[in-house]
Design a protein around this ligand. Sequence first.
Ligand SMILES: [Zn+2]
Length: 422
Amino acid sequence: MSWPPTSEEFARLCETLVWVYERSLHYRCLFDEAGVRPDTLRTYDEFRMRVPRTAKADLVTNQREHPPFGEFLAVPREQFGSLHTSPGPIFIPRLSQERGGTPVLKEAIKAMGVRPGEVAHVTLSYHIMPGGLRLHRALEEAGCLVINGGTGASRLQVEVARAWGATVYAGTPSFLGNLGDTAREMGLDPRRDLQYRVGFSTAEALTPQLRRDLQETFGIELFDHCGEAQIGPLAGECRVHEGMHLHARDLFCEFLDPETGDPVEPGGTGEIVATQLGPRALPLVRYAPGDAFRLLSGGCACGDPSLRIVFVGQVGAIKKIKGVLVHPAQVHKAVSAFPELGRFQIVIEHPEGQRYDHATLRVGTMRPPTDPEKLKHALAAQLKATVLIQMDIELVPEAEIPEAAGAPGFAEAMLDLRGKHG
Ligand SMILES: [Zn+2]
């Protein structure tokens, strides 16, 4: 999938829309109410402006009102091949030919340099949710010998990974940290006694600090990957580690300005809106999980021409400062590169009579910094490079920053004082 979409991609989207319109009661009603006939759509802009979005809540409500599968369904029950569940609960039946993102995961695994014959240890949950099984299948297809570790039982997992000489870890970064601690408690050295060399990190944010700690503990190369419960795998890092390549092939992805709904250019931050391509038991059209990504501009040194994206956070927490969309999680990422810094609060003001917003980052220090000016400069440079915004930096003792400003909630991380003066 490319962005903006090519005419071939738009044509493939329209084929799917016609298929969905004929079979899904929910979408037929939705299109009819919007006065749209999928077979007469001519351009992507027409699709974007006329076809309404589907929110997760729409799916949950519809399944509750019409249990168990709701009116999104496009095929009779006899044609289901399997059934997944995601929190809600949402029931997601699949056709047996729906690969559930396995082919793109297999490619992502190859891009990480995983070789056939390697032993892979999957520690995502295999219960009810699709993640563990999906990754297991993809690693099998990539030629690995796969251990179905699942979650919990860390001691047993360390023993199994050690006995089998697992070289590939697949799961959350925090559980990998847990395995490192457990190995040490067992009197083992995670670097010497475990052989992980490649880590597929998913389902959780991989902060720079966490990445450094884990690489230090295990001597492992970690690859960040992201997906979404309903739409499956989205993007993953290559060996260059500068953003995640959008590898969704069975999705039509849009990246839209959360405030205006306009397509976002490379360099900007956009909300993802995805339509599943091809026949699906439960199709989703313009599904908007509420996640925002920054689109990187320019090509990647690895040679893969696909778009690279960086996860920013949930759309609701985003604020536009000096024309740039900023999410506290992005700032957290920059701040967490400095071990002496803790919680922070961004104060946004629009000084009277001035043209531009003014942003101050108040950062809590966990211990007095040796060179405060140097630290402030380094942090300001980091913010300019990653969040693309200039902020004044003020260092304060961490106790002065409200606890509710901290990760992962960031409830009070932005203090917007614009329009609140005089
Ligand atoms: Zn690349």
